[in-house]
Design a protein around this ligand. Structure first.
Ligand SMILES: [Fe+2]
Ligand SMILES: [Fe+2]
Length: 249
């Protein structure tokens, strides 16, 4: 009798086959599987067959340069950045300052390459040591501002959010508080302009190249000479985790 495998079982079998081919054992971080697995139970481990555990670069991922730049992360670790590139282009076309163009270019890097939940906060934290404080502040707060209209700049609650979260979705109290705090802040409009340029429905035929923003990044992002992840900044470990997300420790 043939017993049909569920999608999850199929995915797990494929994964087992893949990890058996690796010469190192990969144990996923709880965060990667939480929800699919019960995080309070011991994580299922692939059979180690006497192999060593992953403590270096994961051969399934593109190898990053030893001293990676921000643009290397776009190339080797971030999901296709059309959304970011087109948002930055829109800001540029509207005559926005370089700070705002950079903020638009980087506003969703947490979604593109790190952690989706609370992406504004994670993105801001990753960037904080390397950009003007106004840029990271604006990225942190765009997550909350996105949910609240501002007619003064023609910003409405996104139709996409109604589609994604339903018409009755209400942001949590901490997000509403963040919005109210941001409204009082001197950099409110910088963050608001990220929302104004935050494009969800862009033309898929328009291709914006990352290279168009090389100069703006060069002038406004303090690329560490040791490479992102290796400069000892307070967020270097976060960049290292993006480089090698499957290290055992
Ligand atoms: Fe966002
Ligand atoms: Fe966005």
């Amino acid at each position: 009798m043939i017993v049909a495998m569920t999608t999850l079982e199929r995915a797990e079998a494929a994964e087992r086959a893949m990890s058996e081919e690796l010469d190192r054992v990969v144990v996923k971080s709880v965060l990667f599987t939480s929800g699919e697995q019960d995080p309070t139970h011991p994580a299922p481990r692939p059979p180690d067959q006497g192999k060593l555990y992953m403590m270096g670069p994961d051969p399934r991922l593109p190898r990053m340069p030893d001293k990676p730049t921000l643009l290397d992360f776009f190339t080797y670790r971030f999901a296709p950045a059309n959304h970011l590139l087109q948002s930055a282009r829109l800001a540029q076309k509207s005559g926005a300052s370089e700070k705002i163009i950079l903020a638009c270019l980087l506003h969703d890097i947490a979604i593109a390459g790190f952690i989706r939940s609370d992406h504004g906060y994670w993105g801001a934290q990753l960037l904080e040591p390397y950009v003007d404080e106004e840029v990271s502040w604006a990225i942190r707060y765009h997550q909350a501002l996105r949910f609240f209209a501002d007619e003064s700049v023609g910003y409405r609650y996104p139709a996409m959010y109604v589609k994604l979260f339903g018409p009755d979705y209400k942001p949590e109290p901490h997000i509403e508080r963040a919005y109210l705090d941001a409204r009082q802040h001197k950099w409110y409009m910088t963050s608001r302009l990220i929302c104004v340029n935050d494009l969800y429905s862009f033309d898929p035929t328009v291709q914006v190249r990352l290279e168009e923003f090389t100069d703006i990044v060069g002038r406004n992002f303090r690329q560490p000479k040791e490479g992102l992840g290796f400069d000892g900044s307070p967020t270097a470990h976060m960049w290292r985790t993006i480089i090698a997300p499957t290290k055992y420790l």
